[in-house]
Design a protein around this ligand. Sequence first.
Ligand SMILES: Nc1ncnc2c1ncn2[C@@H]1O[C@H](COP(=O)(O)OP(=O)(O)OP(=O)(O)O)[C@@H](O)[C@H]1O
Ligand SMILES: [Mg+2]
Length: 264
Amino acid sequence: MSEPLLAVSGLTKTFRNGGRHVLAVDDIGFELPAGQTLGIVGASGSGKSTLARLLMRLIPADSGSIRFHGQDWLALSGARLRRARADIQMVFQDPLSAFNPRATVESVLNDPLRIHEIVGKAERPARIGELLDKVGLAMSLRGRSVLALSGGQRQRLALARALATRPKLLILDEAVSALDLSIRRQILELLVALQREDGVSYLFIGHDLAVVRAIAHRVTVMEAGRIVESGETEGIIARPQTSVTKALIAAVPQLITGTESRPG
Ligand SMILES: Nc1ncnc2c1ncn2[C@@H]1O[C@H](COP(=O)(O)OP(=O)(O)OP(=O)(O)O)[C@@H](O)[C@H]1O
Ligand SMILES: [Mg+2]
């Protein structure tokens, strides 16, 4: 088998809060093949977002290794790191906090194209049009302020911005958690369709196993910074081995009665 897109091993991160040490990510390892989705679930404070920030290189790791796209990801620096950053993008729960409040739909998408020099200035309007089309946003929204978008439109825009650099990996940190059910369903379907078209890999962070089930091929369960269980999503839901996973399943009634699973 070829090398996975992402291979993490022994990844560890400690925070120091005053005199107290918090082992937020504790000796974590996993692999993510290209074109697949890995779900990361766990209770609040289990270290999911810290893992995401380590992968984005927003914070330094204490130890461990990250191989991404055939490279020693933690060893990259300077111009090589700046270039490579385009390959991993992230979408958060609340896109509004990630947008400049004075931004328009167009400027949100223009920025990454300019900063990462994805296409020349003359081609940017066409590329912005393609991105809007990709995420199902009307061209007429181009000049609209981000403040004047609905929650679902904002999350589509956040997704378009993340896709602007043609990333190989998209980290979705509770990206659909704040959306109401029908909008959430639409965004999940959009994510699945984008993956089919472009082969982008997702690290899908969530706490609702029913949502994770709709998108993740495999799932990893975290507790207090450690991985306590991982495997194919359906197997984990059918035969949970740990009390953490059993509690996550018990929190979602439709997992016990329903038959919905990942489309396709
Ligand atoms: N910048 C920081 N400084 C100190 N402690 C931190 C920092 N960021 C996170 N932590 C601590 O690390 C642990 C893991 O936090 P993290 O945000 O990764 O959890 P999470 O699984 O994403 O939780 P949630 O589901 O609530 O988003 C928590 O105990 C948290 O308080
Ligand atoms: Mg979090």
